[in-house]
Design a protein around this ligand. Structure first.
Ligand code: NAP
Length: 485
C-alpha cells in the first residue's frame, strides 16, 4: 500500500558536525534506513567532518554504534550494515581554520554528482562554513546546504544568518530544516484538506469555532538545560514547529504542490497574524516533585525566568479566519507526551433533539504523536431504547492499523527530509522570509516579557500547565482538550 521507493541519484553528503549528537541520533540512522529501503545509490558517499581526530574506520565504528543505539527498526537488516558503512568516510576539519579543507576538496574533486552540505553544528559556525565552502571551490551551482534549528534567537539574528548564507548561496540552495514538516501526519494534513472535497468547504470561520494546537512533552529539559535556558518554549517550539503547524492548518489552497506556491501561502498566514496582546499569552515554569527536580533545579539557576510552557491565543486577520481563534500551547513536564491539531467545529445551528440531548460538536483531530493518525468525532444516537440521546464517537484512522505492516515502511521525518534535499525539493523546508516573519511576530511577545520583568507562572509536574493557561480559554467559554497519552 505504501508507495514504491524511487532511488535517489548518486550524491555526496558532507555532514559538518558528523560526530555530534544530531548526526548520531538522527542523520546516520536515517541514512541507513534509506539505504535499507534501496533509495541510496551504491555510489553515494557520506562524509563526516569535524575537528576530532578520526580516520574512515573510526568514523564507521562511530556510525555502527549510533545505528545500533538509535535505529530500532526491525526492517533494517543487520546484513546491510557493512555495505552502508562502506559508503562512509571522514575528514578532520576545522570550520574556523583551513585545516582539513584541502583533503575535503580532494575527496569531492571531479565527482559529477549531487552535492549536499549538512550544517549539523551550532549556528555560530554557519558563516565560517559557507565562506570556506566557497573559498575552496566546493560550491557547485546546484550544491545544497542544510541548516538546523535554531535559526536565530530573534529577528535581527535570523536576518544576519540569512544574509550570511545569501552571500554564498542562492535561496534555492538553502534547506532550513523544521523536522515537524517531515512528519507523515503533517503532510497528511495537506492531503486531507486539498485532496478531499469533504473538509475544505467547512474549513473557515463560518463552520470552525476554534482550533487548538498542542505540543506537550512529559519530560523536562534534561541534559539540554544549558541551551534551553537561553531559549525557552517560545523560541524553542512556538516560533518554529507550532508556527509551521499553524500555517499548514490555516493557509489557503496553493495553486500547486511546489516549494514556491506552498511557502507563499504559509508566509501569508504568518503575515496575517494579529500582534498578540500580553493578556493572550501565558508562560509557565514547572515545579519539582519529591523525585523530580523543578525547572530551576534542572538548569541549576534558582532565579531563572525562562518559560518551559507557553500558551497563546492567536488571531488571523483574514476573511477565512476572522473570529476563529487559534489556541496554541506547548510545554515540558506536562501530563503526557502528546501532540495534536484539533479543529473544533461549531454547534449545529439548531438542535431538533431538544436540550436533553446535550451539546455536541464535531472535532477533527490530527495526532502527531503518539500513534500518528487522524480522528473525526461524529455525533450519533446512543444505542438502546428510550429517548433520543446523543453521544460522540470517533471515526479513527490510526496509520499503523490502517496501513498494517506497511506502516513500518513510512519514513521518519529526517529520512524524508534528507531525501528531499537530494531530490532538490524545498517544499517541506522553511524559506528565509518565512523564518523572519515568524520572528517578527514572536519578538514583541518576548520583548514585552522581558520589559515586564514578571516571572513565569509555576505549574505542577504532570499537570496541563498553569491555571492562567486554563483561564485563557475559560474566559472565552471554551476549554483545552485533555492531554492524554
Ligand atoms: P553537538 O553534539 O555539540 O555536536 C557538534 C558537532 O560539531 C560535533 O561533531 C563537533 O565535533 C563539531 N564541531 C564543533 N566545532 C567545530 C568546528 N570549529 N569545526 C568543525 N566541526 C566542529 O551538537 P548537536 O546536538 O549535534 O547539534 C548540531 C546542530 O543541530 C545545532 O545547531 C543544534 O542546535 C541542532 N539540533 C540538534 C538537535 C539534537 O537532537 N541534537 C535537534 C535539533 C537541532 P568536534 O568538536 O570534534 O569538532
Amino acid at each position: 500500500m505504501v508507495s514504491r521507493v524511487i532511488p535517489a541519484q548518486p550524491f555526496d553528503l558532507v555532514i559538518f558536525g558528523g560526530t555530534g549528537d544530531l548526526a548520531r541520533r538522527k542523520i546516520l540512522p536515517a541514512l541507513f534506513r534509506r539505504f535499507c529501503a534501496g533509495q541510496m545509490d551504491p555510489q553515494a558517499r557520506v562524509i563526516g567532518a569535524a575537528r576530532g581526530d578520526l580516520d574512515d574506520a573510526g568514523y564507521r565504528d562511530f556510525a555502527r554504534a549510533a545505528i545500533g543505539e538509535f535505529d530500532d527498526d526491525v526492517c533494517c537488516a543487520a546484513e546491510h550494515l557493512d555495505a552502508f558503512l562502506g559508503q562512509l568516510s571522514y575528514v578532520t576539519l576545522d570550520a574556523r581554520g583551513d585545516e582539513g579543507w584541502g583533503a575535503l576538496s580532494a575527496l569531492l574533486d571531479g565527482a559529477d554528482r549531487i552535492r549536499a552540505f549538512y550544517f549539523s553544528v551550532g549556528p555560530g559556525l554557519f558563516g565560517d562554513l559557507a565562506t570556506r565552502i566557497e573559498a575552496h571551490g566546493l560550491a557547485t551551482p546546484d550544491a545544497r546546504v542544510v541548516v538546523e534549528k535554531p535559526f536565530g534567537r530573534d529577528l535581527a539574528s535570523a536576518r544576519a544568518l540569512n544574509a550570511e548564507l545569501a552571500r554564498h548561496f542562492d535561496e534555492t540552495q538553502i534547506y532550513r530544516i523544521d523536522h515537524y514538516l517531515g512528519k507523515e501526519t503533517v503532510q497528511n494534513l495537506m492531503a486531507i484538506r486539498f485532496a478531499n472535497t469533504l473538509f475544505e468547504p467547512l474549513w473557515n470561520s463560518q463552520y470552525v469555532d476554534h482550533i487548538q494546537i498542542t505540543v506537550a512533552e512529559s519530560g523536562g529539559v534534561g541534559t539540554r538545560g544549558g541551551y534551553y535556558d537561553k531559549a525557552g518554549a517560545m523560541r524553542d517550539m512556538m516560533q518554529n514547529h507550532i508556527m509551521q503547524l499553524l500555517c499548514l492548518t490555516a493557509m489557503e489552497p496553493p495553486a500547486k504542490y511546489d516549494p514556491h506556491a506552498v511557502r507563499d501561502e504559509k508566509l501569508k498566514v504568518i503575515r496575517a497574524l494579529s500582534p498578540a496582546q500580553l493578556g493572550d499569552v501565558v508562560r509557565g515554569q514547572y515545579e519539582g516533585t519529591d523525585s523530580l527536580p523543578s525547572y530551576r533545579g534542572e538548569v541549576e539557576d534558582q532565579d531563572s525566568t525562562t518559560e518551559s510552557f507557553v500558551a497563546v491565543k492567536a488571531r488571523i486577520g483574514n476573511w477565512r479566519w476572522a473570529g476563529t481563534p487559534f489556541y496554541l500551547r506547548t510545554g515540558k513536564r506536562l501530563r503526557a507526551r502528546a501532540s495534536e491539531i484539533a479543529v473544533v467545529f461549531k454547534d449545529a445551528p439548531h438542535s431538533i433533539f431538544g436540550s436533553d440531548a446535550g451539546r455536541h460538536r464535531n472535532i477533527l483531530t490530527i495526532r502527531l504523536q503518539p500513534n500518528e493518525g487522524i480522528e473525526m468525532g461524529v455525533t450519533i444516537k446512543e444505542p438502546g431504547p428510550g429517548g433520543m440521546r446523543l453521544i460522540d464517537v470517533p471515526l479513527d484512522m490510526t496509520f499503523s492499523e490502517a496501513l498494517g505492516p506497511d506502516a513500518d515502511l513510512v519514513p521518519d521525518a529526517y529520512e524524508r527530509l534528507i531525501m528531499d534535499v537530494i531530490r532538490g525539493d524545498q517544499t517541506l523546508f522553511m524559506r528565509g522570509d518565512e523564518v523572519e516573519a515568524a520572528w517578527e511576530w514572536t519578538d514583541p511577545i518576548i520583548d514585552a516579557w522581558e520589559a515586564s520583568n514578571t516571572p513565569p507562572c509555576p505549574y505542577a509536574t504532570g499537570s496541563a500547565g498553569p491555571d492562567d493557561a486554563l483561564a485563557l480559554m475559560h474566559r472565552d467559554g471554551r476549554r483545552w482538550r485533555e492531554i492524554k497519552p
